[in-house]
Design a protein around this ligand. Sequence first.
Ligand SMILES: Cc1cc2nc3c(=O)[nH]c(=O)nc-3n(C[C@H](O)[C@H](O)[C@H](O)COP(=O)(O)OP(=O)(O)OC[C@H]3O[C@@H](n4cnc5c(N)ncnc54)[C@H](O)[C@@H]3O)c2cc1C
Length: 449
Amino acid sequence: MLPVHPSQGNKMAQNTVTVFWFRRDLRLEDNAGLYHALHSGAPVLPLFIFDLEILDKLRDRSDRRVAFIHIALQRLHHVLKNHGSTLLVKIGRPLEIWQKLLSEYSVGQVYTNEDYEPDAIRRDEQVGALLQSHGIPFHSSKDQVIFARHQVVKENGAPYTVYTPYKNKWLSHLTPEDIAPCNSQDHLQGMLFQVTSPLPPLSGIGFKENNAVFSEPLLDEQRIRIYHQQRDIPAVAGTSRLSEHLRFGTVSIRHLVRQAREWNQIWLQELIWREFFSQILYHFPQVVDQPFKKAYAAVPWREDKTEFNRWCEGQTGYPIVDAGMRELNQTGFMHNRVRMITASFLCKHLLLPWLWGERYFAEKLLDYDLASNNGNWQWAAGCGCDAAPYFRVFNPDLQTQKFDPQRRYIKRWVPEVDTAAYPKPMVNHTAARIRAISTYRQALADKKT
Ligand SMILES: Cc1cc2nc3c(=O)[nH]c(=O)nc-3n(C[C@H](O)[C@H](O)[C@H](O)COP(=O)(O)OP(=O)(O)OC[C@H]3O[C@@H](n4cnc5c(N)ncnc54)[C@H](O)[C@@H]3O)c2cc1C
């Protein structure tokens, strides 16, 4: 097939193409939707849309997620080029982009992978309706999780809202077919639409490039085998560090689950937590801005912006909390144990709205995932499904003694910790604990009466 520049319009050539639309699945290997697209019988045009509905809401023009996506796209582009094709990258609102694409190309079918977030579901409904009005089938595959939607539910069809029975059912459901690889990468040769289209630089959409945000998705067998011994020690590289790759689909969940089953059941359970929260968001989309347990809406959060800013900046005077917030601000990552401590500190010690904390993490985390972030924040605030009870208040000093006894993690992020330059604790732990428990108790009691 001869190369055709998109501006010449392949309508001229009257070639019907299958479009594969990449979203949070930025890889060529083991990609379910891409695999099906490559078997559709027509040459495949790979597409990515920089969605302005999302980008316009980002305040930081150096946003790490955008830089990460751009690098992932460069990698796709490079391999596709070796196959005589490229990635067609568009910038705009998906519906408008699709309207334009349909006038530029003779599109026979569209393939993609499912996305379960409320906004993504709405977007896909709109694009699906547009395609349907042109008689174009829109196929969506499950790729981001092992089990989605209603695949793991109770006997009566209701969704699980407690993790352990969900996990047990998930494990009992799992068959080798669920984690079999889709060898999409083996079918690229000769199956791609021959197109040349440059990858636009990030400056074109007003964002900055940052090569430091992307490290290869490497699954370290030794680390995973001893995961259960090291996962709670923030000073040690004891966890997989694959969350951003899972978020953007630069690694396959089927591959990870196959290895997890072999190497470490505890690590497998973490991957199942991710699916648990994904199905919670799917079945209960109201959790985006409301507590899962409705009674907790009555907690009178203290809307104190000055205290919130101190928490954001890592200036609370609690070294483990400040270390976590500074790690987040400087790198876009925070160790899970410290995420739990900082989140608990915001909701309980400071009694600030959990949604403020959730939104702050959402702005900063490279691995930000609505379902996981929201589910974990609700857990920390006590208002989520299967949450920590409201009267459990993490003691930052005891957490430090247990998980960072030599204060290696603290000293890495708060070098001035033992000097006069470091602030005094902004609240007294014992007093803050009593205030949190009595405020929660009162709010929940009032709700009952
Ligand atoms: C307040 C708070 C907010 C969080 N926000 C996010 C978020 O936005 N995105 C996100 O991916 N994780 C979030 N987590 C979960 C967890 O902290 C990260 O997944 C983990 O730290 C990522 O590091 P890792 O890849 O080395 O994880 P590992 O420990 O190696 O775990 C492997 C994978 O399992 C999944 N996982 C692990 N723990 C959890 C969990 N508690 N909930 C859901 N999935 C889990 C992740 O996909 C992770 O990459 C949050 C946790 C808390 C307490």
